[in-house]
Write a protein that binds this ligand. Structure first.
Ligand code: IPM
Ligand code: MG
Length: 353
């Protein structure tokens, strides 16, 4: 199989972890007889420094032509003072919209050797395996008007959803649940918000097409609570953009290590894969960043975009083996075992492939 992959390392530790993912993918290609071709473009603050904007049309065009996209991380205090439309985050929002990446998938599953680092008791976190399906191109982050009024003293954001935007993400939720434990939790705020009432109506309609999937509706405040008191009770969570942003960050720390979690952002034709963690400017350039979230995102790319399940499993198993062998980067806070840097960790994953 031959594939064109666009890599967008972005800011902070982005380049270091991207190099790690490319090395692992190159090794997988050699082992399984594929050809992966990588072309690098800029996004975020790095793009701003070079071109004066966080995402250029050239990068968007390249991504539209690609078989899949890998993204490192964006942002950093260096660009905090920029006007809102030039901030690195806008690059991310813009690429999601331009590529119509409406479905953000964040699986939250712990690795046994790391569970002791969870902020929750091991007895509470035990057995949890959550799959968050977040709507990514609508809602409060994109609705207009979005502006200041009355000399800046009034601020307006708009939470707007069209029926078809809700339908397609809710379908993704049901389809995902069908392949897992057949339990879908739809999270909304239907006791207050009109957009949530439409959301809930659509979930009810769709549920008729998925009689084997059990559906719960949960208000977002209560879901936030349940996520830390009983995480094992969830299977698939489907929710709108803002709620998904917040709940997925909350979920990401449950397993003891945000540095391990991958994500996929999917349209009907292309996927962008990135770790859930940020750009960690404090350790950028030191070669000590944890590359495993990025490497596991590359595995997700193989599975979702290229349907290379065996190859994806090989990467996941290699990562797990490294942890079992006691290898860990500084962020993982394991006392026993051997602390290694980014390159050593990557070499160990490749050795275990
Ligand atoms: C994420 C991030 C982004 C979001 C920011 C950087 C715009 O927090 O991917 O969750 O809120 O969507
Ligand atoms: Mg977020």
């Amino acid at each position: 199989m031959a594939k064109e992959i666009i890599v967008l390392p972005g800011d902070g530790i982005g380049q270091e972890i991207m190099n790690a993912a490319i090395d692992v993918l190159t090794s997988v290609a050699r082992k399984f007889n594929h050809t992966f071709h990588f072309t690098q473009y800029e996004i975020g603050g790095t793009s701003y420094d070079k071109y004066g904007e966080p995402l250029t049309d050239g990068t968007i065009d390249a991504c539209l032509e690609a078989d899949a996209i890998l993204l490192g991380a964006i942002g950093g205090n260096k660009w905090d003072a920029l006007p809102p439309h030039l901030r690195p985050e806008q690059g991310l929002l813009k690429i999601r919209k331009a590529l119509n990446l409406y479905a953000n998938i964040r699986p939250i599953k712990g690795f046994a050797p790391l569970l002791h680092a969870s902020p929750l008791k091991e007895s509470v976190i035990q057995g949890s395996d959550i799959y968050i399906v977040r709507e990514l191109t609508g809602g409060l982050y994109f609705g207009t008007p979005r502006e200041r009024r009355e000399d800046g003293n009034v601020a307006v954001d708009t939470l707007l959803y069209h029926r078809n935007e809700i339908e397609r993400i809710v379908e993704k939720g049901f389809e995902s649940a069908k392949l897992r434990k057949k339990h879908l939790t739809s999270v909304d705020k239907a006791n207050v918000l009109e957009s949530s009432r439409l959301w809930r109506e659509i979930v009810e309609e769709k549920s008729k097409q998925y009689p084997d999937v059990e559906v719960d509706h949960m208000l977002v405040d209560s879901a936030a609570m349940k996520l830390i008191t009983d995480p094992a009770s969830f299977d698939v969570i489907v929710t709108e953009n803002l709620f998904g942003d917040i709940l997925s960050d909350e979920g990401s720390v449950l397993t003891g290590s945000i540095g391990m979690l991958p994500s996929a952002s999917l349209s009907d034709t292309v996927g962008l894969y990135e770790p859930v963690h940020g750009s960690a400017p404090d350790i950028a350039g030191k070669g000590v960043a944890n590359p495993l979230g990025m490497i596991l995102s590359a595995a997700m790319m193989l599975r979702y975009s290229f349907h290379l399940n065996k190859e994806a499993e090989a990467i996941e198993a290699a990562v797990e083996k490294c942890l079992e062998e006691g290898f860990h980067t500084a962020d993982l806070k394991i006392k026993a075992g051997k602390q290694v840097d980014t390159k050593e960790m990557t070499a160990n994953v490749i050795r275990n492939l």
